[in-house]
Design a protein around this ligand. Structure first.
Ligand SMILES: [Zn+2]
Ligand SMILES: [Zn+2]
Length: 380
């Protein structure tokens, strides 16, 4: 093992021990800052905003081009079950989405690019709250990037089902838009033995859930992927009282605007018909926040695929789009962007308590990013 690959593995393990909630990544942010402060060059500046850290490398050419790299730094509310010696020391929290891997690679890029001043500007962004609060949108709206706006931006995500040494991406949509849906049913509560005198909101909610799945199968083009899943249902306290309030919480995923609108319209129609039939009031709250679909810029994706194809040590696959969400969708909607999957060959998937990326993928990921960014930073 080379010194460098040992260093990146140790960095990742340091980060792996301290997973934190989105916007509360104080220890992680301090760790990043310590590393940033170690590189002191007149052409490197940094900014801190809450737990976010942005590092700007001024290019030699005083160019207007700024190549951006984004890493996300937050963990997940999952109790780790890997049994590793460097497992999380924060009870109930785990880096189960590989953001420790993403951050370790970005820190290695920071060291690498601080050695020789690049031709164009480089922005390395450590972004909070990818999982819960759309950190990308937040830092953008709070002007963390003012004057440092990238002219193109890149990111990667660990992929447990790809072998180590394989990367994958596609031009166009890679991740879905994600919308949180809250459905609230309100009506007259009453005796469970006399349902005719009240609204049975539990039956109304059951009807709504059934119709939701019919929207997916009957009300949109079957060739356009989409999912509506409910993760929470609440209502009632006792066996024999029909409750006055029931609520559902779920998520809506789709790959394009047209499908998204179709789903929303049909959910509203379904709610209106159930209101009439069940004598209740239904409120739908759609919260899209900044989880826009990740749409890879065609030109940048071609450049990346060309770069990868010249590397005989890396295998490449064209990716399929996924209905998972990624808040890189926000930044890549503002700036031309491209994201790719890095194979980490884990027997357990993302968000699983035993998710365990192959650490060999760290150095591979770093080398791909360093090589590709170097090429982009020096393009005539
Ligand atoms: Zn995740
Ligand atoms: Zn993630």
């Amino acid at each position: 093992m080379t010194n460098e690959s040992e260093k990146i593995i140790l960095t990742r393990r340091d980060l792996h021990r301290i997973p934190e909630e989105g916007l509360q990544e104080y220890e992680t942010s301090r760790y990043i800052l310590e590393r940033v402060k170690k590189i002191s060059k007149s052409w490197i500046n940094y900014r801190v905003q809450e737990t976010a850290v942005a590092v700007f490398f001024e290019g030699k050419n005083k160019s207007k081009r700024t190549i951006g790299w984004r890493a996300d730094i937050d963990g997940l509310p999952i109790t780790e079950e890997t049994g590793d010696s460097y497992a999380s020391v924060h009870p109930g929290w785990m880096h189960a989405c590989g953001h420790d891997v993403h951050t370790a690679i970005a820190l290695e890029l920071l060291d690498y690019f601080s050695k020789i001043q690049p031709a164009d500007n480089l922005l390395i962004l450590f972004q909070p709250a990818e999982e819960n609060e759309c950190g990308g949108q937040r830092i953008y709206n709070n002007h963390l990037l003012a004057g440092w706006e990238p002219t193109e931006i890149y990111a990667l995500h660990c992929n447990p089902s790809l072998p180590t040494g394989t990367v994958s991406t596609r031009s166009g949509v890679l991740f879905a838009s994600a919308c949180e849906l809250t459905v609230t049913f309100e009506g007259t509560s009453g005796h469970a033995a006399m349902p005719q005198n009240s609204a049975d909101l539990i039956v109304a909610a059951a009807d709504f859930i059934q119709q939701t799945q019919q929207i997916i199968s009957r009300k949109k083009d079957p060739l356009e992927p989409a999912v509506i899943s409910y993760g929470v249902i609440t209502g009632g306290d006792v066996y024999n009282i029909l409750p006055g309030k029931v609520s559902l919480k779920g998520t809506i995923r789709s790959l394009n605007e047209e499908t998204k609108e179709k789903l929303e319209t049909n959910l509203k129609k379904s709610a209106a018909s159930i209101e009439v039939f069940h004598d209740c009031k239904i409120t739908l709250d759609f919260n899209y926040r900044g989880y826009l679909p990740v749409i890879n810029n065609e030109e940048l994706t071609h450049k990346f695929i060309n770069y990868i194809k010249h590397r005989t040590d890396i295998a490449f696959e064209i990716a399929k789009p996924t209905l998972a969400g990624e808040d890189f969708g926000f930044l890549s909607n503002i700036f031309p962007g491209m994201m790719f999957w890095l194979g980490v060959n884990s027997p357990y998937g993302l968000h699983h308590p035993k998710f365990k990326p192959d650490e060999e993928a760290l150095m591979i990921g770093f080398e791909i990013c360093a090589g590709f960014l170097q090429e982009r930073l020096n393009e005539e």
